[in-house]
Design a protein around this ligand. Structure first.
Ligand code: KIV
Length: 269
């Protein structure tokens, strides 16, 4: 018996990768504070994402663009303080990773000040991903709908609907994996395309509005608790309906992801 035998084990990226290999679905939710972090952890959620969606659900902005690195460090530190088991990913916010050097400085802040185990960045930033991985920083890619590019895209729309876009997304996903990313998020992508990408990648793919065949699922916590301001996106589900409380709603989400009951066709494109 070692000195650390009773220390709760925090999941690592190897544990998350092993879930894909074993065909076990990965459950993920966003959190922004210590109380929800502890609640998600106790429900058995595998991955907690400190998403820059906090700009919308915590700060009340219409987009994620105003979120700063300081904001992300603050919320990541709060979440990290209260979770014991879940793997912790924190978003690099808008315009914080334009060059490899800027990305390194900001990712280091998220890991040192925010205790993140992995940083997430949007889009096909192959040079940045490669550089961060080289420096020992685990990276999660993010393709499909990129909320930080909402002004370029012209709204929050499903991505990859036509054949050319779909082919490009498959190639981009392979490049992101090749650059060394350990995980990929696919947001608002037709389910058959997400299934194809998930099947072609060795790294785990976590979907949000990307159908049932991803290796795991993520939702914005406040959407699935039905407390977000504005309309709940079609791909989300109100897990408070029929639940006896918040912990029960999170537990149901975890169970439904693990048993591949969520998302249904009504939450997919
Ligand atoms: O910021 C966030 O919450 C995210 C999820 C939507 C994947 O990036």
């Amino acid at each position: 018996m070692t000195l650390y035998a009773n220390t709760p084990k925090t999941l690592t990226i190897s544990d998350i990768a092993a879930m894909k290999q074993a065909g076990e679905k990965i459950s993920c939710l966003t959190a922004y504070d210590a109380s929800f972090s502890a609640l998600l952890d106790q429900a058995g959620i595998d991955v907690i994402l400190v998403g820059d969606s906090l700009g919308m659900v915590i700060q009340g902005h219409h987009t994620t663009l105003p979120v700063t690195v300081d904001d992300m460090v603050y919320h990541s530190r709060s979440v990290a303080a209260a979770r014991k088991r879940a793997f912790l990913i924190t978003d690099l916010p808008f315009a914080s990773y334009a060059t490899p050097e800027q990305a390194l400085a900001n990712a280091a802040r998220l890991m040192q000040g925010g205790a993140a185990q992995m940083v997430k960045l949007e889009g096909v930033k192959i040079d940045v991903i490669g550089f961060l991985v080289e420096q020992g920083i685990p990276v999660c890619g993010h393709l499909g709908l990129l909320p930080q590019s909402v002004n370029r895209i012209g709204g929050y729309k499903v991505q990859g609907r036509d054949a050319l876009q779909a082919q490009n997304m498959i190639e981009d996903a392979l490049k992101i994996q090749q650059a060394g990313a350990g995980l990929l998020i696919l947001e608002c992508v037709p389910a058959p395309l997400a299934a194809e990408i998930t099947g072609r990648l060795d790294i785990p793919v976590i979907g949000i509005g990307a159908g049932i065949n991803c290796d795991g699922q993520v939702l914005v916590l406040y959407d699935m608790l039905d407390i977000s301001v504005g309309n709940r996106p079609r791909f989300s589900k109100n897990f408070m309906a029929g639940a006896v409380g918040i912990a029960d709603a999170v537990h149901r989400y975890h169970q439904q992801v693990k048993s591949a009951q969520f998302p249904g066709p009504e939450h997919s494109y």
